[in-house]
Each structure stands twice: as C-alpha cells, then as structure tokens.
Design a protein around this ligand. Structure first.
Ligand code: GTQ
Ligand code: FE2
Length: 364
C-alpha cells in the first residue's frame, strides 16, 4: 500500500529514529498485507492469510515410498525413518504449526530412545500387540488406529517385534516449537530404555498420565453415539480428551474423530486453527473455495488455517471416518481461536454442482 504522507520532514525523522533502532508504528501500518479486505460497511479490515495450501498425500503413492525408504535408509542411519508431508506452499511443515509424517519400522528394529521439547503423537496404521512404543518406561501396544502420546520431554523408543513392517502417522508441533525457539533435544544414550524402568517402576504421577488412547474405545464411543445429530459442518465428532484435566490430549494438538454419515454433505465453515486429517475408512471429498480434494482410506490431507471448506461423504451406504489433528489448543490458550459458519457473509456460495444436486436441477 502506498503511504499517503511522506513529507521530507517525516522521512528525515524516520531516518533519525532508525539510527537509534526505532521505528514509527505508522511505518508498520503502511506495510499492510496484500489481502486487506473490505467488510460489509466498506471499511478496510485485515484477517489472516492462510499459511500454505490444501493438499492430499495418497496412501497408494506412499506405500511404495515406504518400501523404498526401508531399502535406502538403514535403521542405524536415522533416529526415525519417516517421510514428512511438506506443504507445497510452505518452506517447511505440513501446516505452519505442525508436521505429519509416515514412519516405518521393519521387523526386529528399534527406533532408538530420545526425548525432545516437541510434543508428538502417533496414530498406528499397521501394528499389533508386538509393535510398541516405550514412553517414560511404559511399554504401550500399537494396535491399528491407536493414538499414542509422547508429550514434550518424555523418553520414547519404538519397537517392532512382529513379523511385518509397522507403519504409523506421526503428528508433531515442530514448526511451532521452532518458531518459539524451544528445540531442546536429548539422546537417551542406550538404544532403548531398560526394562527396569518399565510399568511397575514408573513414577506414580507418570503412571496416571494417559499416553495411549485405544481405537477400540473410540470405536465404542462412535457406536454409542450413532443416533446423535451430526454437526452441520464436521459430521459427528468424538473428541479425544485428557481425563486428568478434560483438556486436549497434548498441550498444542487437539485430536478428534469425525464420522460423516452416508451421503453427508457438510456446510462451509472456516476456523483459525490449521489441521491435518487421516482417513481411517471411507471415501470423501473436501471442498475448498478454489479446489476440491477427493480422499480415500489411509490418505492424509492438510487444511490450512482460516480456509473455507466443507466435507462430503461420497458413499451413500458407508460412513466415512477421519481422524483430525488441530492446533486449536495453541490458539485457545491465548484467546485467538475463531470459527465462522456458512451464515457468514464471506462464506463461499455452494458449488453449482452441489446446488444442482440439492434442488434436482441439471448443472449448467
Ligand atoms: O517417532 O519420535 O516423525 O522424534 C519425527 C521426530 C517421529 C518419533 C518423527 C520424531 C519422531
Ligand atoms: Fe521423537
């Protein structure tokens, strides 16, 4: 934006200020972002620019890459054999606050013990009773779709004692931790935490802390709520809750399961939180203002902050289940969280095809 008032006197003054490492707020205000918009009254206002773009990483593409990673990257070479979903329009990260990865551990391997300030969780995809993560001495089994936590500064090592490769999705607050410059990291020293530190020996406070959210329990809640009316935008939502404080299960990441009933056509909404979604089962579509993303079982897709979207279940007979990872706790902690629904004057109009279907018309 052009500055209205740039008198020689002002410019001279700003130069003097600069020599003292000062800047007038008016200089900052002149630097408004390009997306300054007009509200209904015609006044200028400013809102966040979404960080990054929506994108899907398809399971069908990922499977051969995971196999190739096993050949190309020996276990000894890296702390974690993980492929990072990198947003096409961000310098790093899946969203501006979180990353998501697919990690593969071959039979017999141990992903060695370490800890970091970064908060992390993993959603098991291929696992079972002989695949487990040890968190602060507690071995936790990784059955398909179980969620395991490694909150900041907890020791963790991953073990695969089964006959097949184990695969899971990691979600971590890496970009947020880097942006706040909190990247503490420590290797345990040994490859794994000793059994002496397991279960019985864990500190009492740690014993009460839930590190595992079993899929069987989430599935039970999904079934129990089958008759509930879905949220018009997100379908039926089952929140993962920390029983110690009824809050999110990580300080920076909230997790919920979304169940889209057969034929579900969600309404548009947008929120200040960014998110990553993993498809447990089903086939659906997420409609954005400028694109559509079709997704199917085990695909992962990213929904940037402050981006209009609506969810559709493409099946008329089967529900679609998606597990969503949101950075909303970071925003809610400081009163930044906002959400708008389709009644907002800024909501996109339904796509012609959707409108045509709804009213039984032929699309133009
Ligand atoms: O499993 O501990 O994808 O520390 C990145 C960093 C996974 C892990 C990642 C990690 C881990
Ligand atoms: Fe880690």
């Amino acid at each position: 934006m052009e500055r209205a008032d740039t008198s020689p006197q002002l410019l001279e003054f700003e130069k003097k200020l600069a020599a003292y490492h000062l800047k007038g707020q008016w200089q900052v205000d002149a630097n408004r972002p390009q997306n300054a918009l007009k509200n209904a009254q015609g006044n200028l206002y400013i809102e966040p620019t979404p960080s990054g773009v929506p994108h899907v990483w398809r399971w069908a593409d990922m499977q051969p890459f995971l196999r190739e990673a096993c050949e190309a990257v020996p276990a000894s070479q890296t702390a974690r054999r993980a492929l990072v979903f990198t947003n096409p329009e961000l310098p790093r990260g899946t969203t501006h606050t979180m990353i998501s990865t697919l990690q593969i551990v071959r039979p017999g391997e141990i992903a060695w013990a370490h800890r970091h300030a970064i908060n992390a969780l993993r959603l098991a995809i291929k696992g079972g009773p002989d695949v487990f993560t040890v968190v602060n001495g507690r071995p936790l089994p990784m059955h398909p779709y179980d969620v395991l936590l490694t909150p900041g500064w907890t020791w963790h090592d991953h073990h695969n004692q089964s006959n097949e490769s184990a695969v899971w999705l990691d979600a971590l607050d890496v970009p947020f931790t880097l942006a706040t410059n909190q990247q503490f990291y420590e290797d345990y020293g040994d490859i794994a935490q000793p059994p002496a530190r397991s279960a019985a020996n864990a500190a009492p406070a740690d014993e009460a802390r839930p590190y595992r959210y079993a899929w069987s329990e989430v599935e039970r809640q999904i079934t129990a709520g089958a008759d509930e009316t879905p949220d018009p935008a997100r379908g039926r939502v089952v929140d993962y809750v920390n029983p110690l404080n009824n809050g999110p299960i990580l300080p920076t990441i909230h997790v919920y399961a979304q169940v889209l009933p057969p034929g579900f056509e969600g309404k548009f909404c947008r929120e200040t939180a960014s998110g990553m979604s993993f498809v447990v089962r089903g086939e659906g579509r997420t409609v954005f203002a400028d694109r559509e993303i079709d997704w199917a079982t085990h695909d992962t897709f990213v929904t940037p902050n402050w981006t209009w979207l609506r969810c559709v279940n493409l099946s008329k007979s089967e529900p679609a289940i998606v597990i969503h990872f949101s950075d909303s706790p970071i925003l809610k902690a400081f009163g930044f969280y906002r959400r708008e629904d389709e009644t907002s004057p800024y909501a996109p109009q339904p796509a012609p095809r959707a409108a045509a279907e709804r009213y039984g018309m032929e699309p133009e």
